[in-house]
Design a protein around this ligand. Structure first.
Ligand code: ATP
Length: 291
């Protein structure tokens, strides 16, 4: 049986702004999306029937049509009419419900992986365009390179990738509801917006300090109000040598940027000792086409 394996990388937001609300309640965003080295691994194997079978080492995830991987296969079937069965083995490492697009990146890897496995002949551009039906972050995950994301997430413009740096990523053991965060942000009168255009210029110049100076996420206003642990994690990492730190997406994951691997590892150890977050990673930016 033919088998294909792909890594599906997590994302962080170097910048996240909300610029409006559409009549249907969706939020218009302006975000800088960046892959990091934390990944899930998916193995796709042809079956001799028409079933979609998901096997995963992460017991709390659904293996039916509620899994975004399953939805991705259903989308391919809708686009091509090909109902060949497939077994998908999902090894999960990206923290779940963390603001790191874990489900979306798995869906993107599935679109690309099953397209190749079953020789469906769909282009990356077509998959990118259609994948917003699965979720707003999926088109970015199909693209797989540093990008400005606008609209509800489907309008993507590749931008320059950041220079080499070391990251600590921490996910505290709390659950944040994304719709609640956006609703609470709508109720806020006036707030400071991150300099997304300045971030794009800083990326073009590969200027790590300028990138750090422009880190900003409007959703922190809401999430940190409800969960001060997010601010505590940021402070601990900055106090221990990070150039800067920011929450990713609607949280609760936090990432911190370092120019030195040793310092990043030591700060991560400090965070472990302080017991503020159980899921901890030392990683790097993942640049290029990843999914
Ligand atoms: P985003 O950054 O796009 O908001 P997230 O990191 O907050 O994503 P995910 O980890 O993608 O959130 O998952 C959120 C929910 O989606 C979980 O409650 C989970 O049950 C469901 N889900 C469906 N498929 C997957 C998958 N393959 N991996 C992770 N979660 C999945």
């Amino acid at each position: 049986m033919k088998t294909i394996t792909r890594n599906a990388y997590a994302k962080i937001n170097l910048g996240l702004d909300v610029t409006g609300v559409l009549p249907n309640g969706y939020h218009e965003v302006k975000m800088i999306m960046q892959n990091v080295g934390i990944c899930d691994t998916l193995t796709f194997t042809e079956r001799d029937d028409d079933r979609i079978v998901i096997e995963t080492d992460e017991g709390i995830l659904p293996t039916n049509e509620d899994n975004l991987v399953y939805k991705a296969v259903l989308l391919l079937r809708k686009l091509t009419g090909n109902e060949q069965g497939v077994t998908i083995k999902l090894t999960k490492r990206i923290p779940i419900a963390a603001g790191m697009a874990g489900g979306s990146t798995d869906a993107a890897a599935t679109l690309l992986g099953v397209n190749e496995l079953l020789e469906l002949g769909l282009s990356r551009e077509k998959l990118q365009e259609e994948s917003v039906a699965i979720g707003a972050d999926v088109p970015y995950c199909v693209l797989g390179q540093t990008a400005l994301s606008e609209g509800i997430g489907e309008k993507l413009t590749p931008v320059a990738c950041p220079p080499q740096a070391y990251l600590v990523v921490a996910k505290p053991d709390i659950y944040v509801s994304t719709p609640v965060v956006y609703k609470k942000l709508d109720a806020k009168e006036d707030y400071e917006h991150p300099d997304i255009d300045g971030m794009i210029e800083a990326l073009e110049r590969k200027d790590l300090q300028a990138i750090v100076d422009r880190l900003g996420n409007v959703l922190e206003l809401v999430t940190i109000e409800d969960y001060p642990i997010v601010a505590q994690i940021k402070k601990l990492l900055v106090d221990n040598g990070a150039l800067g730190a920011l929450m990713s997406g609607s949280g609760p994951s936090v990432f911190a940027i370092f120019d030195n691997e040793e310092t990043a590892k030591k700060a991560c150890e400090k965070l472990a000792q302080a017991d503020l977050a159980k899921q901890l990673f030392v990683t790097t930016f993942q640049n290029g086409e990843n999914v």
